[in-house]
Write a protein that binds this ligand. Structure first.
Ligand code: IMP
Length: 418
């Protein structure tokens, strides 16, 4: 059979766009779903009926039955991987996981260093304190512990000694204990590039699931207020060992408004009562840390830039239901900067100085009950409240990219396809 390929799912904002649900929906017909960057800083939620599942390490699409993979570009929290594997077993998917031998392992030392660095900075980043930055730093220093090292306690011991020496930090990990807990991962270690390339050659479909979002990309985001990996779609190929020739589509996930956790520029932030209404209606509290998220309006200049960086083919627009909590919806359509107005903006523009958002206003719609949302999802696009349809169609027009999926509730099934 011919015609296999990979589809990349990428967040277009500052994370928490609802990639978990979208990955679940798009992984239903995939053989494999792969996490390609980040670690347990991510929190992808999937709600199926009464069941709410949270994934920090495993790709959320694995809840739909695609075989889970963790690629080389990830940093691994071993305990979380084992916990989430148990969740998949409870769902009836058996004991199935493919994990790259080259993925790096996050240690307690990395978490302590993460906290220490946050305290040492004049202006903290507001990290998730999951040890992500220090783990990626050790990888770049070629001092990192890789999954392939986990069964060799002597090697682990010498690597742990190097890490504590390099950072002058306290040793918190026992090599024997690490080898024991992590040893249970040994049977899942796989050659991910061979696995995925073979699958594609056999005509199978693969989903590559990103974490965080484009504006948190270490190179293209609002540096230094970013995560420590490349989150953009292009990073998926390097992490998975897949040629860009095999990417058949890039799907961008954007929330119908904007949120951000941690510090850094956020031009459309809504600090007043409407922000609070959206936060409550949208449950905008961190999946990993429980922190209240900063909330604001959809930002088209940044979204246009994110779509360009990722080569987005179509967009899944999520959490439209949440906007029913406000009467008037604002959308930032351009920025006023020193030398005029711009309609597309690199996050770099934000670091340079202040920008003034130019807003357009839209009318909201009445809150939908779950029953109403189910009815609409069953009937399709034309059944959406008129003002909601106008909102989505206007954004689509202003972006020039199709919005093929509109999510109108957290639960899978509460979405409309076009
Ligand atoms: P780190 O990835 O824990 O180092 O955090 C760096 C920045 O990325 C902080 O602003 C975090 O709040 C943010 N961040 C990391 N992971 C996520 C996520 O999954 N969703 C939203 N923000 C995130």
């Amino acid at each position: 059979m011919k015609g296999g390929g990979a589809l990349v799912i990428v967040g277009l904002q500052w994370g928490d766009e609802g990639k978990g649900k979208v990955s679940y929906l798009l992984s239903r017909r995939a053989s494999y779903v792969v996490r390609y960057q980040g670690g347990a800083n991510a929190g992808h939620t999937v709600v199926v009926g009464q069941r709410r599942m949270k994934f920090h390490m495993l790709p959320a699409g694995s809840a739909a039955g695609a075989a889970p993979c963790i690629a080389a570009g990830c940093v691994i929290d071993v305990r979380r991987v084992l916990e989430e594997l148990e969740l998949l077993k409870q769902l009836g998917y058996g004991d199935r996981l493919y994990i790259s031998h080259a993925a790096n392992v996050v240690l307690e030392e990395h978490k302590a260093l993460d906290a220490h660095m946050e305290e040492a900075r004049g202006s903290p980043i507001g990290t998730t304190r999951q040890g992500i930055g220090p783990a990626y730093a050790d990888r770049a220093l070629r001092a990192g512990i890789r999954v392939e090292d986990l069964t060799d306690s002597k090697l682990l011991d010498s690597k742990l000694r190097l890490i504590t020496k390099l950072h002058g930090c306290e040793r918190l990990t026992s090599s024997e204990e690490l080898a024991q807990t992590a040893g249970s991962l040994a049977k899942y270690v796989a050659d991910i590039p061979v696995l995925l390339n073979d699958a594609i050659r056999n005509g199978e479909h693969i989903v590559l699931e990103g974490a965080q979002g484009t504006l948190l990309d270490i190179d293209h985001g609002t540096y230094p207020y970013v995560t420590s990996s490349n989150t953009v779609a292009g990073a998926a190929c390097a992490s998975c060992g897949l040629s860009p020739r095999f990417i058949e589509s890039v799907v961008g996930v954007a929330k119908a408004y904007a949120t951000r956790v941690g510090s850094g520029p956020f031009p459309t932030e809504e600090l007043g009562g409407e922000g609070q209404l959206l936060r409550e209606a949208g449950g905008e509290y961190g999946t990993t840390t429980g922190r209240p998220r900063r909330v604001g309006w959809l930002d088209l200049p940044l979204l246009r830039y994110a779509c360009m960086l990722n080569g987005v083919e179509w967009i899944a627009l999520t959490k439209l239901d949440v906007l029913a909590s406000v009467e008037k919806i604002k959308v930032c359509v351009a920025y006023v900067v020193d030398d005029g107005e711009i309609s597309i903006a690199s996050p770099h523009v934000l670091a340079r100085g202040s920008v003034k958002p130019v807003y357009e206003e839209f009318s909201s719609w009445n809150k939908l009950s779950t029953e109403e949302a189910r009815h609409i999802a069953a009937k399709g696009w034309d059944e959406l409240p008129t003002t909601m349809r106008e909102y989505v169609e206007s954004i689509e027009k202003m972006l020039g990219i199709p919005i093929r999926l509109a999510s109108i509730g957290e639960e899978t099934g509460l979405e409309v396809w076009r």
